[in-house]
Design a protein around this ligand. Structure first.
Ligand code: FDA
Length: 369
């Protein structure tokens, strides 16, 4: 069987790798000028730059951790972001270090009772009607005002009062002095970056990668062939937006090379006030413990953007309307395109972490191959 994989991101590359391993021929079409999709990294001054936003691999799934370690060694990076609120510095996720800095509390029970008293003061009931009420009911007013409100409003481009409560089902709050953002057992950054992982996955005589090739320029040719298509682009675009557009939030990245060794002392610093237009600054060398040029550093500011056709879709907006629309596209796909499998974050209109993307791709492998 011959497969055409549209997109050389993590999903497409895992599928292509597994198909070739089983003796199938695969053509990978990639519209960008490089492989890897959003996990692509590029070396600048000996530093692995995460071109499409910070990517930290983390998972609780031992099989997935073993799987990805077949393609690279990982360092023992632990994600411990910092929040900068008008030049006040706080630890994330919200933990005893954060609460101590905010209120001077030392014991967990003092932090808990402070949050409880703030919740009571504002009389938030158990059924919050918007994101603001939901966040205050989880962390109290001080944490909300300094660390949640501005960041979230920038991220979504809307007032927290006009955002649905479900976006923040839970906020990571911990009553320990632990700055590790993730609770997962396995965590790290691939030594040498993510691009070599993808290159290794696609390194087979049976895989033909065509860069700078948009599926939609060759749609009829591939749809009329006998190949099975694994499509990891946007499902609504595949159907020419016939039922309407699925909504996304987009991002703009401003990356600069600076003539200094150390700009901010941490890989990830979130700017949580509403006046600063960007949400965070990534200093890439801190993912790798002092690797790269000692006199230079590379930093990236992330600016959330309204999405429109033609700009890069990053975060699906999984509200009720979009969910309904997506399920209509799925029905259409089943009826009209039985030879096409829609996968990955764009094909399945879902926010997938990298471990979930691999899991989803391996599920399709199991079903198809
Ligand atoms: P991805 O978008 O990577 O790949 C799709 C590919 O298809 C792209 O290369 C695209 O160019 C191509 N394509 C689309 N349409 C096409 C067409 N018509 N023709 C040809 N090619 C086409 N996860 C995690 O575990 N830890 C983290 O820290 C982060 N951080 C993070 C930050 C940001 C800003 C985002 C947006 C996401 C993350 N993620 C993450 C999630 C991670 O990026 C995600 O799991 C994978 O990149 C998903 O891989 P896919 O292959 O599904 O999509």
């Amino acid at each position: 069987m011959k497969y055409v994989v549209v997109g050389s991101g993590l999903f497409g590359s895992v599928f292509a790798h597994e198909a070739a391993k089983r003796g199938h021929n695969v053509v990978v079409l990639e519209k960008r000028n490089h492989v890897g999709g959003n996990i692509y990294t590029k070396e600048i001054e000996g530093i692995q730059v995460h071109e499409y936003g910070a990517h930290i691999f983390h998972t609780n799934n031992k099989d997935i951790w073993t799987y990805i370690n077949n393609f690279s060694d990982f360092n023992n990076y632990i994600n411990s972001p910092i929040a900068n609120y008008k030049d006040e510095i706080y630890n994330l996720p919200f933990n005893m270090n954060t609460f101590n800095k905010l209120w001077g509390v030392i014991k967990p029970e003092d932090a808990k009772s402070k949050i409880e008293s703030q919740k009571k003061e504002l009389n938030i009931n158990n059924n919050p009607s918007n994101l603001e009420e939901q966040a205050i009911s989880l962390v109290g007013i001080d944490v909300y005002k300094k660390l949640v409100k501005g960041y979230t409003e920038k991220q979504w481009g809307k007032s927290a009062k006009n955002l649905p409560a479900f976006i923040i089902r839970r906020l990571p709050v911990r009553f320990t002095y632990d700055n590790n953002y993730f609770n997962d057992t396995y965590q790290g950054i691939p030594i040498g970056g993510y691009t070599p992982i993808i290159e290794k996955m696609l390194d087979s005589k049976l895989i033909d990668v065509k860069l700078n090739t948009d599926f939609f320029d060759h749609r009829n040719e591939y749809l009329n062939s006998n190949c099975k298509i694994i499509f990891t682009g946007m499902i609504d675009q595949f159907f020419d937006y016939k039922l309407g557009e699925l909504e996304y939030r987009s991002l703009k990245f401003d990356t600069r090379v600076l003539n200094q060794n150390n700009y901010q002392g941490n890989a990830v610093v979130n700017y949580t006030d509403s006046e600063t237009k960007f949400t965070r600054i990534i200093e890439h060398k801190h993912f790798e413990f002092g690797k790269g040029n000692k006199n230079m550093t590379v930093v990236t500011k992330e600016f959330p953007q309204k999405w429109h056709r033609g700009c890069e879709p990053y975060y699906p907006i999984n509200d009720k309307n979009n969910k309904v629309l997506y399920s209509q596209y799925v029905k259409m796909a089943k009826k009209e395109q039985p030879n096409v499998v829609f996968g990955g974050r764009l094909g399945q209109y879902r926010y997938y972490n990298m471990d979930q993307t691999i899991m989803a791709a391996l599920q399709i492998v199991k079903r198809e191959l």
